[in-house]
Design a protein around this ligand. Structure first.
Ligand code: URA
Length: 285
């Protein structure tokens, strides 16, 4: 039986193209045709927040045609005018500061147009759990499962997180504030390919995190991993910081290793268990 060389070549070319896309962070097929979300009209992204920019608008640059003469196709050179730089952290501070409730904060995030991650995400991942909880868990950023469901910590790391806290009698589903958890992330949109959050992204989202914590008003914050530790304290190194109580926004802070790290390094579960017991003692005291 002969091999159809053309089909075999197509197959290899398609596989190479697919593998290249996967390396770039494309993991799911959503539509039949590609949509470049970065091609959204600039106006819809920035119009509300930037000062009007003099320069080319609709029809700008077209040479006026005297009455009675047919229009010439000549186009005048377009002046290049840079848009004024926007202080995105200040914009985030103002937007977060105006939010007087959790619903308003969710809306403020949903309409915040300065974080590029939003354009690549399927869903805004705001929070889960009981807003009356004494313990607020701050994670890093949504992964694939969280992006699909619009809820934090629902993938394999989230399942481990639920089991860990169940071991000390706490749950995001508990209606009892004493035993309840409230869970949110530093970034509300999934970074492509689950890459680490960039410092600029953390700085931009930090005002929302601060407001989120103020509105929930937890007794204790748990920072799950490096990005939340950095967002809350400005320092890195979760493996050194874990297990020692610190402070964030005037509240007790317990840094812990991320459950995804524990899945990769089961030996570290022993220390995580010690951290959970320290949390339990603190809450009892
Ligand atoms: N890891 C996180 O830090 N947050 C999530 O929501 C999921 C995984």
């Amino acid at each position: 039986m002969g091999i159809n060389v053309e089909i075999a070549q197509d197959w290899h070319a398609a596989l190479a193209a697919l593998s290249w896309q996967y390396d770039l962070g494309v993991e799911d097929v959503v539509l039949d045709a590609a949509v470049n979300r970065y091609d959204l009209p600039e106006a819809t992204r920035t119009a509300k927040l930037e000062a009007p920019v003099p320069g080319p608008g609709p029809g700008a640059g077209i040479v006026p045609v005297p009455k009675g003469r047919s229009p010439s196709p000549a186009i005048a050179p377009q002046p290049v005018v840079a848009a004024p730089a926007v202080d995105v952290v200040a914009v985030a501070q103002a937007a977060a500061g105006r939010a007087g409730t959790l619903d308003a904060l969710r809306e403020a995030l949903a309409t915040f147009e300065h974080c590029d991650l939003k354009r690549g995400a399927r869903n805004l991942v705001f929070a889960d759990g009981n807003p009356k909880a004494r313990v607020l868990i701050l994670g890093e950023a949504p992964g694939r499962d969280e992006d699909m469901e619009g809820l934090p910590f629902v993938g394999s790391a989230g399942q481990l997180l639920d089991q860990m806290f169940a071991a000390i009698g706490m749950s995001r589903r508990s209606p009892d504030a004493q035993a309840a958890l409230y869970i949110t992330n530093v970034l509300p949109w999934r970074p492509p390919g689950n890459r680490d959050p960039e410092p600029e992204e953390i700085a931009m989202m930090r005002p929302f995190v601060e407001r989120h914590i103020a509105l929930v008003d937890p007794q204790v914050i748990v920072a799950m991993g490096n990005a939340p530790l950095f967002a809350l304290t400005g320092s890195k190194g979760i493996l050194r910081a874990r297990g020692s109580w610190g402070q964030a926004f005037g509240r007790p802070l317990l840094p812990m290793t991320h459950p995804a790290y524990l899945l990769r390094n089961p030996i570290a579960k022993r220390e995580a268990w010690a951290d959970l017991l320290a949390l339990q003692v603190r809450l009892r005291g």
